[in-house]
Design a protein around this ligand. Structure first.
Ligand code: PHE
Length: 338
């Protein structure tokens, strides 16, 4: 009987030795130690053994059981560790390998400059408004003191939709729309698309402008100068020279064109500034009392300034771009530089 147990021990030893994976070792455990296992079976029959031999026999069975249990568990552990090792090797991540490049788009240069300009004016207390691109002749011209047969209409090459409806030629109609609706004090900027029937290196049929205006009691040309100088220094650098030059717009009086010292040649004279050392960047002036009358403001009580500029023009000067058409050709070699 003892021999029987010892042969079970040898068989189990051989099985464990032969096992080559975790699954097999687990079935070996069931084979010998499971509920219906070979050794379990012998333990169950212990009661039928004559009393005299039972103690010794029981002792051998127990020892064998512990032994088999031990060699199985040991082998099991070995398999578990090596499986973990294989798993770790298979899933190994080399964090030093350079990543895959994922191309990512970005804003158009005019959008970036527009954002920058808006930020400057918002920091000065201006709020952003917009208006329609398909505009009534009344807002685009008449309410801005440009009557139908006025020669000033020739300053802008207008796309007419009907006799009374145009594609807006500038953002100035937003001045009229806002003033018709709101009472002073007003501090507004109005960016957007404008349209003119014109095309060459510095003109495209559609471009962007930003309008700005401020209306209150006692607003003076000094306020206009202060605001525009702050803006120019913020966008072009604190050392940029600024010059106000007398000009004419029907909706402002007096009117001025604002030049900055040429950024390309630093004022020495070059192609961009046509050897003058100065480049024009925007139009401005004190809002004409006639415009106030059109929107129902009392020109005796209020004064205000207005200005308007082309975003593409500002972007060209800021980055030294010499052809406005580049902005609209969608050539990635150009756009990726910004
Ligand atoms: N609207 C003018 C233009 O398009 C610019 C301007 C705006 C001038 C406001 C004076 C005041 O040329």
């Amino acid at each position: 009987m003892i021999e029987d147990i010892l042969s079970i021990k040898t068989l189990a030893e051989e099985d464990v030795k032969k096992a080559d994976d975790l699954g097999t070792i687990q079935s070996i455990r069931i084979k010998y130690l499971g509920k219906k296992g070979i050794l379990t079976d012998r333990i169950k029959s212990l009661s039928s053994i004559p009393k005299a031999e039972r103690a010794e026999y029981g002792c051998v069975i127990n020892e064998t059981k512990d032994y088999i249990e031990r060699i199985i568990t040991q082998r099991e552990e070995e398999f578990k560790t090596s499986e973990l090792g294989t798993l770790l090797k298979a899933r190994h991540i080399d964090v030093t390998v350079p990543g895959n490049f994922v191309p990512c788009g970005h804003n158009h240069p005019t959008s970036n400059v527009l954002e920058e300009i808006i930020d400057v004016f918002v920091s000065l207390g201006f709020r952003v408004e917009d208006g329609p691109e398909v505009e009534l002749d009344y807002y685009n011209f008449e309410a801005l003191n440009i009557p139908k047969d006025h020669p000033a209409r020739d300053m802008q090459d207008t796309f007419y939709i009907t006799d009374d409806i145009v594609l807006r030629t500038h953002t100035s109609p937003v001045q009229v729309r806002v003033m018709e609706r709101d009472k002073p004090p007003i501090r507004v900027i109005a960016p957007g698309k404008v349209y003119r029937c014109d095309t060459d290196v510095s003109h495209t049929p559609m471009f962007h402008q930003i309008e700005g205006f401020m209306v209150d009691e006692h607003i003076s040309m000094g306020d206009l100068k202060g605001v525009l100088e702050m803006f120019i220094h913020a966008v072009f650098g604190a050392n940029t020279k600024v010059r106000f030059r007398p000009s004419f717009f029907p909706f402002t009086e007096p009117s001025a064109e604002i030049d900055i010292g040429c950024l390309i040649c630093k004022g020495r004279g070059c192609k961009v500034c046509k050897n003058s050392g100065w480049v024009e960047i925007l139009g401005a002036g004190m809002i004409n009392p006639r415009v106030f009358e059109m929107v129902g403001y009392n020109p005796e009580s209020y004064t205000g300034f207005a200005f308007g500029m082309g975003i593409e023009r500002i972007t060209m000067l800021k980055y030294g771009i010499d052809d406005i058409r580049l902005f609209f050709e969608n050539d990635k070699r150009f756009l990726e530089q910004f």
